[in-house]
Each structure stands twice: as C-alpha cells, then as structure tokens.
Design a protein around this ligand. Structure first.
Ligand code: HEC
Length: 150
C-alpha cells in the first residue's frame, strides 16, 4: 500500500529587517543632555563667582535652556532598566533599586529648573537665589544616583 505523505509547504516568511534610522542609545542620549546642562551651567558660573558682570539676557537665556534640557530627562526613556550596564556609564544601580527616589529627585529638579527659568532674574542677587536652588539638584542627584568609576 502506497502511503501518501502530504507535505504541507511551509510558508517561507522572509523577514527583512531594515535599520534605516540610528538605533536609540539611551546612555548616549542622557549623557549628551547632561553634558549640555554642564555647558549651560558653566556659561553662567563666572557671573556667580563675580568673575564676569551680571548680564540679564545671557542669564535668562541660559536658565531657559537649562529648563528645556531638564524637562527632557525621563526615567522610562533615558534610563531603561539594565542601562547601568553595557556601556560607558556612571549611572548607579540605585536608580532602579530606588526608582521612586530617583523620580522624586527628578521631579524636584524639573520644578526648580522651571522656577528658575520663569524667574527671569534682573539682578545678581535674585540670580544667585535661583541659581543655587537649581544647581543644588545636580550635586544631590549625582551623589545619590551616580557612581564614580576609576
Ligand atoms: C535626577 C538626577 C540628576 C540630576 C538632577 C542631574 N543629573 Fe547629571 N547625571 C545624572 C546621572 C544618573 C548621570 C550619569 C549618566 C550616565 O553616565 O549614564 C549624570 C551625568 C552627568 C554628567 C556627565 C555626562 C557624561 O558625559 O558622562 C554631567 C556633566 C552632568 N550629569 C551634569 C549635570 C548638571 C550640570 C546638572 C544640574 C544642572 C545635573 N547633571 C543634574 C543624574 C542627574
């Protein structure tokens, strides 16, 4: 007896994977944002130190730019789980162990940055107040959520 073996032709799925755009790199993206913030703060620090005269236009535009950067920092998109590994990063595992704490630090920073931008300081005294308020967030968050690598 002849057995007929019906062979179902398995559909061949040709999956073409196109990578037309650069793959998102949250580590690089967040570092670029942080670097830009460093640059912005660096541009107005000489005024705080009294090395340069107070310049309202420069100060106000710097504070607004800092605020724009600040509002872009996001735990989900820029700090996805696992990205304390697999790259040149100083992000501490504490960001994910204590994500509520990190979110709180981020929320406070964003609020202070928005306040500094809205303040539009017109003299060195009022500038100092908002500058100190916003920049204390940098050190506080770095201390808690960044590791020093040697
Ligand atoms: C809510 C937390 C948080 C705040 C607020 C914050 N940072 Fe950061 N910052 C980080 C973390 C985390 C890293 C490490 C990122 C990495 O290496 O992946 C970092 C890294 C940096 C770096 C190094 C970037 C690089 O190229 O490796 C600079 C510069 C920096 N921050 C500047 C600032 C300045 C200036 C401020 C305030 C105006 C600030 N940061 C506020 C969390 C914060």
């Amino acid at each position: 007896m002849k057995e007929l073996v019906g062979l179902a032709a398995a559909p061949i799925l040709a999956i073409a994977v196109f990578c037309t755009s650069a793959v998102a790199d949250p580590i690089k993206d967040r570092q670029a944002l942080m670097k830009d913030q460093g640059k912005t703060v660096g541009s107005i620090t000489p005024i705080i130190k009294g090395e340069k005269p107070f310049d309202a236009a420069l100060v106000i535009s710097a504070l607004k730019h800092l605020n724009e950067d600040a509002q872009k920092i996001d735990l989900v998109t820029l700090f996805p789980a696992g990205t304390d590994q697999g790259g040149e990063t100083t992000a501490s595992p504490k960001i994910w162990e204590d994500s509520a704490g990190f979110e709180a630090a981020l929320t406070k920073y964003k609020a202070d940055a928005a306040k500094a931008a809205a303040a539009e300081p017109k003299d060195i005294e009022s500038f100092k107040v908002v500058f100190n308020q916003v920049t204390e967030n940098c050190g506080a968050c770095h201390k808690a959520f960044r590791i020093k690598k040697d």
